[in-house]
Design a protein. Structure first.
Length: 245
């Protein structure tokens, strides 16, 4: 019997005209490389109130575009999920590149029937030494604690809906809260949440070049020592929301 699987790939995008086409090409190449009977997919780009040509370029690529007027990553992800028709949801950042090996690992994870969802380790090129150490530290924490990086989160649709999706009160790191909720949901049903490591996903290191080491350090300090005051207020999260691209 052929297993039937429909995967919804949701890409939130805010002013991503420079990278959205490359991202969409990586998705097309990855799905084509993993084509098999019973596997279908859809791609949804969520235009999160962009002021550039993000939405136009996505439509030109033949992609379904959803508009979310409130500039918040959690709302954008949830808006895409609301339009999705797949039994599984794959959230991919617009500055990241899906690769065929990683998608194959995701499909294998789904087909095993043992998981509620997953994240992936990341690869960033051209990092200075301090940023590379930070990425290595995050990778160890992510794999050990099973927290997904926001660049890629995969979840069963029913689990995603039952835990309430991404927390729309948070303006950053909502993927960590969702990881915790999915782990708990899965634990009650004998399912796991995992971090895939064989084929790290390439994601942009542009924030390291667009923001100074001091700016990044101040933000990390605030998140660590003042998490509630920082993560619930967009004005403290310029790296995500000030539009530098």
């Amino acid at each position: 019997m052929i297993a039937i699987m429909h995967l919804s790939i949701i890409i939130p995008a805010f002013n991503e005209e420079r990278l959205i086409e490359q991202c969409l090409r990586s998705v097309a190449a990855s799905t084509a490389a993993n084509a098999k009977p019973g596997f279908t997919s859809e791609v949804i780009v969520v235009d999160n109130n962009s002021t550039d040509k993000t939405a136009e370029l996505a439509r030109q690529a033949g992609t379904q575009v959803v508009f979310e007027p409130i500039n918040q990553i959690g709302r954008a992800r949830n808006a895409g999920a609301a339009q999705a028709t797949g039994e599984w949801l794959l959230f991919l950042d617009a500055d990241s590149l899906l690769n065929p090996g990683l998608l194959a690992d995701i499909l294998e994870m789904i087909e095993s029937g043992k998981y509620v969802g997953c994240g992936s380790t990341l690869r960033m090129d051209g990092l200075p030494w301090w940023a590379n150490l930070t990425l290595q530290f995050w990778t160890r924490v992510s794999v050990l604690i099973r927290w997904a990086a926001g660049a890629l989160v995969v979840a069963r649709r029913d689990a995603f809906q039952e835990v309430g999706g991404f927390d729309q009160e948070l303006y950053a790191l909502d993927e960590i809260r969702l990881s915790k909720q999915l782990k708990q949901w899965g634990r009650q049903r004998g399912l796991q949440f995992t971090i895939l490591t064989k084929h790290p996903m390439e994601t942009s290191s542009r924030k390291v070049s667009l923001y100074s080491g001091r700016e990044v350090a101040v933000l990390m300090f605030r998140i660590f020592f003042l998490p509630r005051r920082t993560l619930y207020d967009r004005k403290h999260l310029s790296i995500w929301y000030d539009g530098r691209r």
